[in-house]
Design a binder for this molecule. Structure first.
Ligand SMILES: Cc1cc2nc3c(=O)[nH]c(=O)nc-3n(C[C@H](O)[C@H](O)[C@H](O)COP(=O)(O)OP(=O)(O)OC[C@H]3O[C@@H](n4cnc5c(N)ncnc54)[C@H](O)[C@@H]3O)c2cc1C
Length: 264
């Protein structure tokens, strides 16, 4: 079974700061990590490959050249191939231009049975790239997978939405976005990390390597425009009541009455 996993390099959001004057993300000094659900997707791809006894797992990312470190991390988890799609012409891409560019790279890879994506990233958080990718490639899709089973060319995907469980069956080739509840990504062994840097290559494709329509990439291919980015400011102070829950109600009622927020 040949599986492609899309992975995105994201800033570690616990440390993300926004410049209050420009509204731009401050990237300097912010560590980058592999999007957490993409690690779940890699783990699932490695499990499915093992159970099918043949094929390979390819990771694919679109991003700046620094995203190579993300792909090295994927190689150290045990994937077979890593491809970085990188070109200045892709800058400013929204989700549509991103998914188009990724779809053209996947067409170049050619041989695949399954495409796995994270359900969403921890920075953009749109959850649009996976479903859009399926549309560009005209593939059946299932989202938020918590369980994947494959019998021959039949894929069964189980997803949970609040109290509803959905089970879908599709034929390969297909695209699935995975939830972080699907598995626990493996720890990397030191020898695999060393091999990922020493013995394995990250292949880089630029726009010349893909048969792209220039009006579909980068800013030209992006119908979404970010009008403004801003940091929320809080005009009122909150109070924190640090007591067992059962004793809090009286304090909160006193506060409400004192501020005349409620009349009894
Ligand atoms: C107008 C506009 C301009 C932008 N300009 C830039 C820019 O110049 N530089 C920039 O870095 N970002 C830019 N972005 C953000 C960029 O479009 C999104 O980060 C990207 O499209 C992915 O969207 P998301 O993070 O919401 O992914 P989601 O849809 O939440 O991601 C779901 C899954 O899709 C896959 N995926 C998502 N993105 C990628 C990727 N790049 N490579 C491989 N797999 C991926 C992963 O498996 C991920 O888990 C811009 C956005 C807009 C709206």
């Amino acid at each position: 079974m040949n599986i492609i996993v899309t992975v995105k390099q994201v800033p570690d959001t616990h440390e993300v700061k926004i410049d209050p004057k420009t509204g731009a993300l401050i990237r300097e000094g912010v560590p980058s990590i592999i999007n957490p659900e993409d690690k779940n997707a890699i783990e699932e791809a490695l499990r499915l490959k093992k159970s099918s006894d043949d094929g390979e797992v390819t990771v694919l990312s679109m991003g700046p050249l620094q995203a190579e470190s993300t792909l090295r991390e994927a190689l150290s988890m045990g994937v077979d191939r890593a491809i970085l799609v990188s070109d200045r012409a892709f800058a400013g891409a929204d989700t549509l231009a991103t998914s188009y560019t990724l779809s053209m790279a996947i067409k170049k890879i050619e041989r695949y049975d399954l495409i796995l994506c994270g359900s969403q990233t921890i920075d953009g958080e749109t959850g649009q790239v996976g479903p859009q990718l399926a549309e560009w490639l005209d593939l059946p899709q299932a989202t938020h997978a918590e369980e994947i089973n494959i019998q021959g060319n039949l894929v069964t995907v189980k997803s949970n939405f609040d109290s509803v469980t959905r089970v879908m069956e599709m034929k390969t080739p297909a695209l699935i976005t995975v939830s972080n509840r699907i598995n626990k990504p493996r720890y990397k062994h030191m020898n695999k990390v060393l091999r990922a840097y020493r013995d394995k290559a990250v292949v880089t494709w630029s726009k010349e390597d893909l048969k792209l329509n220039p009006i579909r990439i980068g800013l030209n291919g992006s119908p979404t425009w970010v009008r403004k980015t801003f940091v929320h400011s809080h005009s009122r102070d909150g109070i924190v009541v640090e007591k067992p829950a059962a004793n809090c109600a009286e304090d909160i009622l006193d506060f409400i009455l004192e501020k005349a927020l409620l009349k009894l």
